[in-house]
Design a protein around this ligand. Structure first.
Ligand code: SAM
Length: 277
């Protein structure tokens, strides 16, 4: 055991205990040590799968000191698995400092694929998934929260957030205020659990749904906001100016393509406009 050890990043279930891979179970059984966000919480999963590997804590408040200790162990040849309370470690969960230091020290980091609430929600929401923006938790302070949402006004990709049951109603109200009451929103609640629910509607309808029954506000939430739909036939004065300038130097096809790329517009529409100009 003198070779340098490996750090395994192991996703765990987000509700349904059956959602764990064969590989995750063998890694957790075979490593020398499991670093867990909350050892008591993870003990239940270990008991369920009869895994007796030693657990030590690694959370937001001890990560830098713990990372040093773990790196020493890894250097001595011990293999370590990192888990969080649920889902994929480092995704709105601790572990960044440890992984970063392992990479810098030349310790191999082996991430395993597995459950993640954001990806599970997105795959079942019925919103566009070709581009999405993961925002984690919104800031807690009111001004910063509003600013974060303001920055999404022109976002054309789907936005994905984590939210606590305590704040979900206030957040959806704020989405309605900042992004408009008609913006399509999907609330994915209690994923993989008995009362898994997807509620889809305008921001305003989501507020009403959360308010109509306080039980609707209970549980764990992933919140998704549809991207802003751009009318690709609305050409701004800036886009028109660029097209006109480029047309003087380049073939129309090229000028239209560059302008389209720059302003997220349709090439063909700009080409037609160029002909008319
Ligand atoms: N690392 C985790 C992952 O990969 O999804 C996320 C950890 S973050 C601290 C916890 C947040 O994830 C919760 O507040 C909630 O927003 C979301 N979440 C976790 N499990 C969920 C579930 N079963 N259903 C809906 N949201 C969930």
């Amino acid at each position: 055991m003198n070779e340098i050890g490996k750090l395994f990043i192991v996703p765990t279930p987000i509700g349904n205990l059956a959602d764990i891979t064969h590989r995750a179970l063998s890694v957790l059984s075979e490593v020398n040590l499991i670093a867990a966000e909350d050892t008591r919480h993870s003990q239940k999963l270990m008991q369920h799968y009869a895994i007796s590997t030693r657990l030590i804590s690694l959370h937001d408040h001890n990560e830098s000191q713990r990372a040093k200790q773990l790196i020493e162990k890894l250097k001595l040849g011990e293999n370590v698995a990192l888990i969080s309370d649920a889902g994929t470690p480092l995704i709105s969960d601790p572990g960044y400092g440890l992984v970063n230091q392992c990479r810098e020290t030349g310790i191999e980091v082996v991430p395993l694929p597995g459950p993640c609430a954001a990806i599970t929600a997105l795959s079942g929401a019925g919103l566009a998934t070709d581009r999405f923006r993961f925002e984690g938790f919104l800031p807690v302070k009111a001004v910063a929260r509003e600013q974060a949402l303001e920055s999404l006004k022109a976002e054309s990709a789907t936005s994905v957030f984590y939210e606590s049951p305590r704040r979900v109603l206030a957040t959806v109200k704020l989405i309605s205020k900042v992004l408009g009451e008609n913006r399509p929103v999907v609330l994915a609640k209690e994923l993989t659990k008995t009362f898994e629910t997807f509620y889809t509607g305008s921001a305003e309808a989501c507020v009403a749904w959360l308010e109509e029954d306080t039980n609707h506000q209970r549980g764990e939430f992933v919140l998704m906001i549809a991207g802003e739909k751009r009318d690709q036939t609305q050409v701004s004065p800036e886009a028109l100016k660029l097209l006109t300038l480029l047309m003087k130097e380049l073939p129309l096809k090229k000028a239209a393509a560059i302008t389209a790329e720059q302003f997220s517009l349709k090439k063909n529409h700009l080409y037609q406009l160029g002909l008319e100009l």
